[in-house]
Design a protein around this ligand. Structure first.
Ligand SMILES: [Zn+2]
Length: 488
């Protein structure tokens, strides 16, 4: 010992930790390193090791390899002193604290803090002090995260944003629209409604020189892929909706669905498309039948037309090999092979004729008129009202106006109604695909120029197609065996 009580040339381990909570009070690693080294030097201690934990959550639930290594250094006798910036940075929960105190007691360790006093853990008084310091720090963290949770919920209810990465289509404030990107996003929603695959949308964005707001590890811009376009278009923010994903929602489902489930109401920022358009696009993007990689090879009516026997959807497959019929394909019931089996080509041609005919009629413009289109403003108002009432249920429970059972029942009722309203909005959004076709100078040419994906969407918007069994030995296509009911 020196005269001033410090221990000279003692092997010391330094522990640094950076966390990512949003308090803005976090210290950078370099600052912690500078301060802890200075302290060790001042005490005359020799730093033999430094252990760092990066981006570890404040909740203390995740593993901290740096902390484990520092503890190991003490337990193995490599170090007799430990320097950290303060107690909150060193131990995050009671378990860590106990392990530190135990190791400190056994090996006579001194812990020194940039903020705080040195603690000689060989003495019971210092261990008690360390334990109290740790408890107080932990209490503060818990209060802080509780405050953060409440602040996040309040922000969501007010439609405000609480920071984070720059959203594509907006400036860093998340409010100001960046028109160059916004244009591409609006077009992408139109494309999705028209059946364009996400991969092609990604390629289009890349061709425009747009990159994701996230850069790659080496700092270079990331090009778009179908995988990165998908979460963008599913994001409720583009319909001007604010989503707040609580822990309960996050644990209950995958993040994609969680964001949709978490919608609490209108956002403080302006959306880029109507809620109807967004909902219609979401339905198409999340439709599992679209996940089929062989989509381009699917028939026009695959997944759209229904089996005349059981109303399952039909799919297109190769026709049973028969002399003179090579290369033919048939529509078959997905549920039971024997229900229907119809040569696909005449059915496709017949349905396309009907589509062209319907869209060429003088009254086709009425398809886009108000009578066939649900009152979307009213739907939006109703959805908003339902969400407000859902929000209010918690209050009614807290104030004991409703029992828990009553809240559950009421909540289910409101959610059912909200789901119906949302489905109607999605339908309204899909109608938008007909506009360009009806307004085209040459409707037939416009329809024939569509690829199969787009055409399938048009059929789906206009009609329900039921494929009836043709009967034994039927060779000639008879239109009456295809049952059409118009949706509009
Ligand atoms: Zn069937």
């Amino acid at each position: 010992h020196h005269k001033d009580g410090s221990i000279a040339d003692v092997d010391t381990v330094i522990y640094l930790r950076q966390s990512q909570d949003r308090t803005g009070e976090e210290l950078g690693i370099s600052r912690q390193r500078e301060d802890t080294r200075k302290l060790a030097k001042l005490r005359g201690w020799a730093v033999v090791a430094e252990h760092v934990d990066n981006d570890v959550s404040a909740s203390g639930k995740r593993r901290r390899p740096g902390f484990e290594a520092a503890l190991q250094a003490i337990q193995s006798g490599q170090a007799r002193c430990l320097v950290a910036w303060d107690m909150t940075r060193l131990t995050r929960n009671a378990r860590d604290r106990l392990r530190l105190l135990e190791a400190g007691k056994q090996h006579n360790i001194t812990v020194a803090f940039v903020r705080g006093t040195d603690l000689d853990l060989g003495t019971p008084a210092a261990r008690l002090t360390a334990d109290i310091l740790g408890s107080v720090a932990q209490h503060e963290i818990e209060q802080k995260s509780d405050r953060q949770r409440r602040a996040a919920l309040q922000a969501a209810e007010q439609g405000r944003r609480i920071g984070g990465r720059r959203p594509f289509g907006y400036e860093a404030d998340g409010m100001t629209i960046r028109e160059s990107e916004a244009r591409a996003i609006r077009k992408a929603y139109d494309d999705v409604l028209a059946g364009v695959p996400l991969g092609r949308i990604a390629a289009g964005w890349n061709a425009l020189g747009l990159t994701t707001p996230q850069t790659k590890r080496d700092g270079s811009p990331s090009p778009w892929t179908a995988q990165s376009v998908r979460p963008v278009l599913l994001n409720p923010r583009y319909a001007g909706l604010r989503s707040h994903v609580t822990e309960a929602i996050r644990e209950a489902m995958d993040p994609r669905k969680a964001r949709l489930k978490g919608i609490v109401g209108a956002a403080a920022w302006e959306g880029l498309v109507s809620e109807e358009t967004w909902r219609a696009a979401v339905e198409l993007i999340t439709d599992p039948s679209r996940a089929n990689p062989a989509r381009s090879a699917r028939g026009l009516l695959t997944g759209v037309a229904l089996c005349g026997v059981c109303e399952a959807t039909v799919h297109r497959g190769a026709a049973p090999a028969r002399r003179g019929r090579e290369g033919h394909t048939t529509y078959r019931c997905r549920a039971a092979y024997g229900h229907v089996g119809r040569a696909s080509e005449p059915v496709d041609l017949y349905v396309m004729d009907l589509v062209i005919d319907r869209l060429s009629r003088p009254d086709a413009a009425l398809l886009l008129a108000d009578e066939s289109k649900p009152d979307t403003a009213a739907l939006r108002r109703e959805a908003r009202a339902l969400r407000v009432r859902l929000d209010g249920l918690a209050t009614l429970l807290a104030e004991e106006v409703l029992t828990e059972l009553g809240v559950r029942r009421e909540s289910r009722k409101l959610r059912d109604r909200l789901a119906r309203v949302e489905a109607e909005m999605a339908n309204a959004g899909r109608l938008e695909i007909l506009g360009p076709l009806v307004r085209a100078d040459d409707v037939q040419a416009a329809v024939l120029s569509l690829d199969t994906d787009r055409l399938r969407t048009v059929v789906n918007v206009l009609m329900v197609v039921k494929v009836m069994p043709a009967g034994r030995g039927a060779r000639i296509f008879r239109p009456e065996t295809i049952e059409i009911s118009w949706k509009l």
